[in-house]
Write a protein that binds this ligand. Structure first.
Ligand SMILES: O=c1ccn([C@@H]2O[C@H](COP(=O)(O)OP(=O)(O)O[C@H]3OC[C@@H](O)[C@H](O)[C@H]3O)[C@@H](O)[C@H]2O)c(=O)[nH]1
Length: 347
């Protein structure tokens, strides 16, 4: 918990955060931590819920508006005494007494976040303001899942946290990348002005079981297409690169960041870098040798390269990814095949 006073960076001291209700430490409470996860019904959020619930000592509250998340992802925990699910949109204020907030809520697939850009930027700006207001009121530590998209179409490669990015402020991706940049600003202003304990993760492309099958992102598209016997759609030119992190590694990094002493921002991602053509080849090799691909039209402002420098995560959090793309793709394909009802040859 956030115990003492904090300086606002200009020498002034802000008020100490409120102490939790005395009932929280009564003998009837078995949970050590009460943790709110916004977007907890989504892909990364639900894996984080699993990890926190499996620890057995946490009470987990999920707030989700189910725009891209689903109850299905959480069905394992429904009815568990340490678990609560609230249908809630973070653009509205939320009042719950918690110790930690993992603030993940926001559509993350470009086709979804561009679908209603005004809503996306509201989610990033008002949603983060609301969660910071909550953190301030109850003295909770808050972690924001920011994104590699804050680096835009990066002119430095690989991307270090010190790089300020190359972002188009009026483009079709701006609702997301500028939205997350403002969210980071809000986090630091609440930290400096009000002493809120913040953590910022810049997460790079993440994949794994439970991604929406028609999510629109590249790994889910290629796997779903390969399993359905469709042609994989490599968007031009195909030489653009991404670095793909398996979801269990991502969750591990987020938890280490939340529990460590560094505010961040810290890059969490797998530095293995692949062109989209190489990714299509890997899906062919590992999942469906008969699959084929075609080059299709790309969308505006698509970053040409992306690869995290994870020196900070390694040094400050003792974190590094453990699952390679070649190990992770078949695990995700098994989940997709099951959900699609596709029989796969296992020889
Ligand atoms: O079917 C497809 C989909 C996408 N692509 C390409 O694959 C690359 C990656 O695209 P994705 O849609 O998966 O994701 P992006 O890297 O553009 O954005 C992502 O960045 C990091 C996170 O914050 C978000 O998950 C998301 O915004 C792009 O170059 C895109 O052109 C394809 O080649 N084929």
């Amino acid at each position: 918990m956030n115990g003492g006073t904090a300086t606002n960076g200009e020498g002034a001291v802000s008020k100490p955060p409120p102490t939790p209700s005395p009932l929280r430490s009564s003998k009837y409470t078995t949970a050590k931590m009460r943790i709110l996860i916004t977007g907890g019904a989504g892909f990364i959020g639900s894996h984080l819920v699993d990890r926190l619930m499996e620890e057995g000592t946490n009470e987990v509250i999920v707030a989700d508006n189910f725009f891209t998340g689903t109850k299905e992802n959480l069905k394992r925990w429904m009815g568990h005494p340490n678990f609560e699910l609230i249908r809630h949109d973070v653009t509205e204020p939320l009042l719950v007494e918690v110790d930690q907030i993992y603030h993940l809520a926001c559509p993350a697939s470009p086709i979804f976040y561009k679908h209603n850009p005004v809503k996306t930027i509201k989610t990033n700006v008002m949603g983060t303001l609301n969660m910071l207001g909550l953190a301030k009121r109850v003295g909770a530590r808050i972690l924001l899942t920011s994104t590699s998209e804050v680096y835009g179409d990066p002119l430095e490669h690989p991307q270090k946290e010190e790089y300020w990015g190359n972002v188009n402020p009026i483009g079709v991706r701006s609702c997301y990348d500028e939205g997350k940049r403002v969210a980071e600003t809000l986090m630091f202003d609440y930290h400096r002005q009000h002493g809120v304990e913040i953590r910022i993760a810049r997460i790079f492309n993440t994949y794994g079981p439970r991604m929406n099958i028609d999510d629109g992102r590249v790994v889910s598209n290629f796997i779903a297409q390969a399993l359905r016997g469709e042609v994989m759609t490599v968007q031009a030119p195909g030489t653009q690169t991404r670095s793909f992190c398996y979801v269990s590694d991502m969750v591990d990094g987020l938890m280490k960041l939340m529990r460590g002493e560094n505010t961040g921002p810290i890059n969490i991602g797998n530095p293995g870098e692949f062109t989209m053509l190489e990714l299509a080849e890997a899906v062919k090799e590992l999942i469906a040798p008969e699959a084929s691909y075609k080059i299709t039209e790309n969308t505006p402002d698509d970053p040409r390269q992306r690869k995290p420098d994870i020196t900070k995560a390694t040094k400050l959090l003792g974190w590094a990814p453990t699952v390679s793309l070649h190990q992770g793709l078949p695990l995700m394909a098994a989940d997709f095949a099951e959900r699609l009802g596709v029989e796969r040859k296992t020889d």
